[in-house]
Design a protein. Sequence first.
Lengths: 184, 263
Amino acid sequence: MSVFLMMSAAAAETAHGGEAASASLPQLDPTWWPSQLFWLALTFGVLYWLMAGKFLPTLGGAIEERRDRIADDLDQAAEFRRQAEDAEAAYNKALADARAKAQSIAADTRAQMDEEIAGLQAETDEALANQLSAAEARIASMKADASAKVREAAADTTRAVVQTLIDEAPTDDAVAKAIDAVRA
Amino acid sequence: MIDFRAAGPLEQFEIVKLVDLPLGGIDISLTNSSLWMLIGTGAIILFFVFATRRVSLIPGRLQGAAEVLYEFIADLVRDTIGSDGRKFFPYVFTLFLWILVANLFGLLPTFPGAPHGLHTFTTTSHLIVTLALAMLTILIVIVYGFAKNGLKFFKLFAPSGVPVWLLPLIAVIEVVSFLSRPISLSVRLFANMFAGHIILKLFAGFIISLFGAGGAFALLGIFPFLGTIAVTMLEFLVAALQAYVFAVLTCIYLSDAAHAADH
């Protein structure tokens, strides 16, 4: 309680001091109104003039430029992204094309090689068949030859046997008949 | 020894002539009030000169701070007035900064032992200053209102959607409210500054009185001391808030003028 009393006493004292200094509010003294208005108009006017003419356009320009620049950069980034995506698509397409081409080349080569192999095989088969048939022909002729020689020998032998036995040379016809008869 | 108690709570508002400057019968002498207007305005100009000296895409600290202020007021003007507000942006910006710096610089401590005329002075603690700023705003509102809307500006006093039988009453209320705008606008700022500085002075006076009383009372001086600190912090808030309030209300009044015909 004494604190408040003391405080109010102090307030009264300071208030009293104020009264002694000036009887009324300095704000209500019109003596200095023209001066205050003049300096207010001067400082406010100069400040407005500088703000409107210089500072704010400069700052606004910087802010605007930054905003434009960021927008531009974002646009450019989007453009780059689009280009990258295009490049990727082109790469994928080229890759697929190359793969398809490689596959077709492999298939072609395989087909060509198969064809070649088949050709060679056929050739070889034919050559073998020819050789076989030639050999068979030769065997056949040799066989015929041999059997003709055997028949001749048989005929000679028969003729000799008959000469010896009956002292008569048989005709070739008779010998041939006799051999045929025996062979049959 | 300086007698601290000599200064009353009203003495801080006294105007002291520093340089005599009569202009054809009108006394426009440089006073402590003029000095603090010059200091405040000079500080703002200096700040912006350095902030905009080398404007770059990546702002430095000063440019960044200036841009924050710019965007703050630009957003306020855009949100309140709309696209018509663009041309009022420099005015609202200047108004806000001038008042903000006047309020804040008034809270600077006085250099101990400085002559009376060089004590810290709050230019916005004088009604004539705030009234002039409020009248300027209202003048712009009226001139712009008539230039933009012609006689439809009077629709401001007859809001649409009001029943006809109620219209006379509403119109009278609207006219009175319009006429009281410059008064409320100026008195709000003046009274806040005036009262804040008186409270500061009284609390500070208690410290001196209690300390002068000596003994146990000297120890009690800690309470008004803490009070002074608290009020000082509060006054910084009030200083910024009142500058903002003045700017916001200016924007709202300008918005009324811009859109009076659509009411």
